[in-house]
Design a protein around this ligand. Structure first.
Ligand SMILES: NC(=O)c1ccc[n+]([C@@H]2O[C@H](COP(=O)([O-])OP(=O)(O)OC[C@H]3O[C@@H](n4cnc5c(N)ncnc54)[C@H](O)[C@@H]3O)[C@@H](O)[C@H]2O)c1
Length: 247
């Protein structure tokens, strides 16, 4: 158990998949939650499911993390009256896969916009409050693809590598304010994002995994909870793989 009582966490992309599991895990450990995503109906369900199980505060907002102005406005409202934000989990992400020869400019731009600029937008919108508090935990969900690359995913790989550079650099900027910034690089985790891959691709991924099975979103949530806790106070600027041992 990681004690996150009296901590408030913003989680992006919390309506399903990994983000939803992170929301449940942080609530289980006592954190109050502010959930962001694009789909109101799903966020409402997540909020109610969490309130049924845990004694924490939960609110949600419809947001496009790639939209600088609206993220800035939303975070200003959240931190009005000096409200604390202790934890930011940047998780919202998309894929639009194709080989370079067939990739459109739109598919490049939209993946970079959500997956990389979206993380910049949320970090920028929260950092002044965390600096004022002299406390913060930023956890960025990258991907093993950002480390290894993957045919058919140059846009996704570039965005996920970009997150690694962002994480390492920001950790150096804000460490003196007691703010840690780390990234998690998941391997193949069973969610809607990976459900849409072909069986052929799934089989070929599986062969490269030492544990011979895909991961669960809870595997990622457990590490997020640890990195957000006091137990991880001396860990910053790290990229931690959770991939079942991909060679
Ligand atoms: N599933 C995997 O195997 C895997 C592996 C490595 C990394 N990741 C990363 O983990 C994160 C979560 O992936 P997942 O598998 O749970 O995906 P998912 O498709 O199940 O969920 C993605 C979430 O992000 C939200 N989202 C997408 N674009 C958004 C935007 N512009 N603004 C706000 N919210 C937005 C969606 O509404 C949804 O809540 C992503 O960053 C993904 O790249 C996933």
């Amino acid at each position: 158990m990681n004690n996150l009582n009296n901590h408030t966490a913003i989680i992006t992309g919390a309506s399903k998949g990994i983000g939803k599991s992170i929301a449940f895990k942080l609530a289980e450990n006592g954190a109050d939650l502010i959930l962001l995503s694009r789909t109101k109906s799903l966020l409402k369900v997540v909020k109610n499911q969490i309130l049924d199980k845990f004694n924490v505060k939960v609110s949600y907002h419809i947001a496009d993390t790639g939209d600088f102005k609206s993220i800035n406005k939303l975070f200003s409202e959240i931190t009005a009256n000096n409200e604390r934000v202790d934890i930011l989990v940047n998780n919202a992400g998309v894929t639009k896969d194709n080989i370079l020869a067939r990739m459109s400019e739109e598919d490049w731009d939209s993946v970079i916009n959500t997956n990389l600029k979206g993380y910049f937008n949320c970090c920028k919108a929260v950092i002044k409050q965390m600096m004022k508090q002299k406390f913060g935990r930023i956890i960025n969900i990258s991907s093993i693809i950002g480390l290894n690359g993957n045919s058919g995913q140059i846009n996704y790989a570039a965005s996920k590598s970009g997150i690694i550079g962002l994480t390492k650099s920001l950790s150096k900027e804000v460490g003196s304010r007691n703010i840690t910034v780390n990234a998690i690089a998941p391997g193949f985790i069973q969610t809607e994002m990976t459900d849409k891959l072909s069986q052929k691709d799934k089989d070929s991924f599986l062969k490269s995994i030492a544990l011979k099975r895909f991961g669960k979103s809870e595997d990622i949530a457990n590490l997020v909870s640890f990195l957000a806790s006091d137990k991880a106070a001396y860990i910053t600027g790290q990229i931690i793989k959770i991939d079942g041992g991909i060679n």
